[in-house]
Design a protein. Sequence first.
Length: 353
Amino acid sequence: HWISLVRFAMDPWERWVLGVSLALINCAMSSAGFTLQRKAHLLAAQESVNPDAEKSDLKLNIMWAAGVALCVLAAGPDVVSYMLVPQVVCSTMACFRLVVVTILAHFCLDEKAQMREVLGMVVCSVGTGLCLCFGPVMETVEGASTTFYHPQIVIYLVIGLVIVLALLGVEHCDALNCRVSPDFQILVLPLAIGFITAMEKIFNTELGFLKPPDQLAGLLEQPQWAIMLSFLAILGLMNFYLNIRGTKRLPVKVFIPLSFAMATALQYFQSVAVFSEFKQMDMLEASLSLSGALLSLIGALTIQPPRLGEVDQPHQPQLLKTEDDLELNVEVGDMGNKGVSLLNPALAETACH
């Protein structure tokens, strides 16, 4: 019952401080996890091209496992933060995570940030600061709800589900011997992942308004809680499947920035049009907050822009063997790049659910 206590007993600003703190903890943990995975990948690649190097497979496995564990453990703070803080603030913090990742890559991985990355980090940091200073605070409610607190999201979810099913049909149309324009095909998977991620966050936010069951047996009397958790799990599995499919069908430097941009833009739309998070704010503060959110997204995409020119290039993964003869299908690109295959916010958020 601690969720109900936090959500309904604390003052709005106390919930905001706790929610933002949890979002920062998620940012730190997931960024550290990404960096550890990337470090293990780089060391493994160095060993594969240098036969005389001392083998340290156990060390690399531990490093990689620690990175994965940090990303998984970051799920808790991420889920709870969306229950306490408006979506526009949480999604802006997700953009800021790319700044932390880039800084860690610069100092820990010797992947030096260039002028474009520095400019993107500055823009993203300024935008995040504006959103945190002038952004909305989660609305105050008198008590927990037994159904959707925002009834309008039912229509939005139905429309979103129809769009996702249509996009999935287009994505798998090759099985029906149908052809789709290559220019449109590039956008299908990122759009599908964007809608799925955005719908996940809707259920995540609504959990903060929903009355939790007294005990496990209470799930029978209040099935809404179990239903929302089930939808979260289903959407998470769909997200995971599409991320795996995307890394096989599209270059990572195209697929991941586009997916991230789609998901973040849809969360911004949900914040304004679905949850009406700015309705109790004056025009100046709302404008500054929205401007900050957009700056944060622009800065994040400046750090890692979609490289559409690489769509037609062959997509060749490399197999790295570990001590246990496991083969990891790892995307190996230019060592000067940011290793975006391991720095995937969408995929990390999938693990969070």
